[in-house]
Design a binder for this molecule. Structure first.
Ligand SMILES: Cc1cc2nc3c(=O)[nH]c(=O)nc-3n(C[C@H](O)[C@H](O)[C@H](O)COP(=O)(O)O)c2cc1C
Length: 389
């Protein structure tokens, strides 16, 4: 592992975030780091973990901890899955391929976003572990059906259908920094934002050598070819999935389906009715509707409503292994991480993602030992205390 991401330079995920900030132009860093509107939900996602404290069982010898689990029919070496992160190729030229490879080497799953710059077949073959495909309906139903067909032929293990994106959230930092202009085709419109690119020559060289703004090779409109990489707002406003769509999606995809973006017990029950194998309690990392609660806060009521009929996963705000353990104590089978690995990707490509996973994995193991708990499966609510706000 290169010294740039080794200890003591990088000890935690916050250190990777700082390296990412140093390497990326402001527009790309803020796209990754930021949230919607006043970023209340973004902050809450992390703050909620501080309201959960541990209740350890001391003087218990735990020489070895069992971290393995199963999610969506796949064996994972520890209960952390890489979430879909759109535009990853802007963060690093190897983008989704690097992240998938690092996930596979760590023995866990990677979820490929529809808004990805590398072909799904290349991403699948880069990883020795399971890969899931996250579906948006950009480009329309025919393009989505074609992607589902390709994902099945390539050997993807599950489909993750995101339901919280009827339109894009109002990400104020993206407007100020010129995200739309960066992705748009008008070179003159990019001019006012040029200084932030020139201030990051390493990133700029990689971006230009990679051919600049990529197309979306997994959104192929029949008769027209791959969709150009359009602005986030435009992309997401044409991406919405409704419950009605789930009927034909289920017919097109015979494997397991996870519904991502559930925040209420009503939506959880609806997802079960639609045949979901898993539910991801998620507010999209605070990037969609600002003012919704932290995922961790609604997790227990959704776990209770689902009552074992599907796997319950969660994401939002995971920055430490102790956060992973808290979410599992409150009923999650596993967690997804977005920024925690994407900071690593932006900082150093594949080795940065690998470092992020190594940090979280050793954190989880140490936390279990300090709790006096020998396995992930044995974690439950008795190991934590939730302080009500
Ligand atoms: C830069 C970025 C891009 C994202 N793109 C997608 C996407 O394309 N599809 C999707 O379902 N979720 C997307 N998400 C949401 C993540 O999958 C995940 O829900 C969120 O990042 C979890 O919060 P965390 O970053 O605090 O871990 C994105 C998140 C970030 C940070």
């Amino acid at each position: 592992m290169p010294r740039s991401v080794e200890s003591p330079r990088v000890v935690n995920i916050a250190d990777l975030r700082l390296l990412a900030r140093r390497r990326l132009p402001r527009v790309v860093f803020d796209y990754l780091d930021g949230g919607a509107e006043g970023e209340f939900t973004l902050r809450e996602n992390c703050n909620a973990f501080e309201e959960v404290t541990f209740r350890p069982r001391h003087a218990v010898a735990v020489p070895k901890c069992e971290l393995r689990t199963r999610v969506l029919g796949c064996d994972l070496s520890f209960p952390v899955v890489l979430a879909p992160v759109g535009y990853s190729r802007l963060m690093h030229p190897e983008g989704e391929v690097a992240a998938a490879r690092a996930a596979g080497m760590a023995g866990t799953a990677y979820t490929l976003s529809t808004i990805s710059g590398h072909r799904l077949e290349d991403v699948r073959s880069a990883s020795s572990g399971p890969v899931f495909y996250q579906l948006y309906l950009m480009g329309g139903r025919a393009a989505a059906e074609a992607a589902i067909q390709r994902a099945r032929s390539a050997g993807f293990s599950a489909l993750v259908v995101t339901i919280d994106t009827l339109v894009a959230g109002m990400r104020e930092r993206d407007f100020r920094n010129g995200m739309k202009e960066l992705l748009g085709g008008n070179p003159l419109a990019k001019l006012p934002f040029l200084p932030q690119f020139l201030a990051r020559p390493g990133w700029l060289a990689g971006f230009l050598l990679d051919g600049g703004v990529p197309r979306l090779p997994n959104v192929v409109i029949p008769g027209q070819g791959p969709l150009p990489l359009i602005d986030v707002g435009a992309a997401l406003s044409s991406a919405a999935v409704t419950w009605e769509d789930l009927r034909w999606i289920r017919e097109a995809w015979s494997g397991p389906i996870a519904i991502k973006g559930v925040l209420t017990t009503d939506d959880a029950r609806r997802a079960l009715d639609e045949g979901a194998s898993a539910i991801v309690v998620s507010n999209h990392g605070g990037r969609q509707l600002d003012g919704v609660p932290a995922s961790l806060r609604v997790l227990p009521e959704i776990v209770a409503a689902v009552n074992g009929r599907a796997e319950v996963l969660m994401d939002g705000g995971i920055r430490r292994g102790s956060d992973v353990v808290k979410a599992i104590c409150l009923g999650a089978r596993a967690v997804l991480i977005g920024r925690a690995y994407a900071f690593g990707l932006a900082a150093a490509g594949q080795v940065g993602v690998a470092r992020s996973l190594e940090i979280l994995r050793t954190d989880v193991e140490r936390t279990l030992k300090l709790l006096g708990c020998a396995s992930i499966d044995a974690l439950d609510g008795s190991y934590v205390h939730v302080h009500k706000k």
